[in-house]
Design a protein around this ligand. Structure first.
Ligand code: SF4
Length: 347
């Protein structure tokens, strides 16, 4: 019987990128399987160019949240019934809840599949699944998904890597943007922004990095979302002339496609940095307060300073000094970047 898998990973950007490890491991093991993915509709564009995926199901999180008011419960019921019908029409045999939260496990129930697996269950999510794969220490990006693949009996588990190709449309737009920026001969993508201040590096260091890289003939493009625009422009203004910012200019899918065109990426623990790695673009990842992994695959470098307080995740105890990130000096980051590009180390 043809296997029919439904992956549930609703968000966030970086987690979706890394969850593609699971998708590719499934595809390598069961080439004829039907594989669907349930994702937050606002992030569905990320998956539109992925050949290994047969179907994208969109969860309208914002619409569902709006419908939670007492006068709109009927709307929620209609949306729920529609999603349930859409999922059941695919007759999934196995649901893989890669999010591990109560909401994702509840959505997993809608598919009506005979087998439900949950990865790293929290909030009591394991109650709603037949099988749970617990958390363990992660060393390389995607280790938890390789654990799930092994539990499923997938022979392609060990070789599974994340990979998130952009759609042809997004790639075309990214090429046009790179051409407009006059960076068709290559550039370094800088990804300084994320949601938690303790994960950030420092604005003056980003600017200093552009100066060091410019001295080696490398020009930088600062990336980010609309909420990062002001800070990105501030970094750009302090940077070497020729540095540009596209923060807030490109939709997410085009930013992802643009990363595939970069010579190199330097970024903090944020979705775009993981996306760059998924493209196999040489990437320097600056980690500290969170450790989603400690070692990158060949071709990328994880820089971090081991500290007694790290990882602190959402509870920093350093009174806003962020010593773990401060310990990553600009010269060290630049050396890592130049090493990846095969350029001579600086004296
Ligand atoms: S508490 Fe430690 S790990 Fe957390 S942000 Fe501060 S220095 Fe970094």
């Amino acid at each position: 019987m043809r296997r029919r898998f439904l992956i549930i990973r609703l968000g966030a950007i970086g987690d979706i990128v890394v969850t593609t490890t699971l998708l590719h491991g499934l595809r390598a093991t069961w080439p004829d399987a039907h594989i669907g993915w349930l994702v937050d509709s606002r992030l569905a564009g990320m998956l539109e160019g992925v050949d290994a995926l047969d179907r994208i199901h969109r969860w309208d999180r914002v619409g569902w949240a709006r419908s939670l008011g007492p006068l709109r419960l009927r709307e929620l019921g209609v949306a729920l019934a529609a999603l349930r019908a859409e999922l059941r029409a695919e007759a999934y045999t196995t649901v893989l809840d890669a999010q591990g939260l109560l909401k994702s496990s509840a959505l997993a129930l809608l598919a009506g599949a005979p087998q439900r697996w949950v990865l790293r269950p929290r909030e009591g999510a394991s109650i709603l699944a037949h099988h749970a794969v617990p958390a363990r220490e992660r060393i390389r990006p995607g280790d938890e998904y390789r654990d799930l693949l092994r539990a499923l009996g997938a022979h392609g588990a060990d070789g599974a890597r994340m990979g998130l190709q952009a759609s042809a449309r997004a790639t075309e737009s990214a090429r046009a943007l790179v051409s407009r920026l006059q960076r068709s001969d290559g550039f370094v993508a800088l990804c300084p922004f994320t949601t938690r201040p303790q994960k950030h590096w420092f604005d003056d260091r980003w600017a200093d990095l552009t100066r060091i890289l410019a001295a080696c003939g490398l020009r930088c493009v600062i990336m980010g979302g609309p909420q990062d625009r002001v800070r990105a422009e501030s970094i750009r203004d302090a940077s070497v002339p020729g540095t540009v910012s596209i923060a807030g200019e490109a939709p997410l899918e085009i930013s992802g496609a643009l990363l595939a065109l970069a010579h190199l990426t330097v970024g903090v623990d944020t979705g775009l940095t993981h996306w760059s790695m998924a493209h196999r673009v040489p990437t320097v990842a600056l980690l500290g307060s969170a450790l989603p992994y400690t070692t990158a695959f060949d071709g990328s470098i994880v820089l971090r300073q081991p500290m007694a307080c790290s990882p602190c995740d959402r509870r920093p105890t350093c009174s806003g000094r962020f010593d773990c990130m401060r310990a990553l000096g600009t010269e060290r980051v630049a050396q890592a970047a130049l090493t990846l590009l095969g350029q001579p180390a600086r004296a």
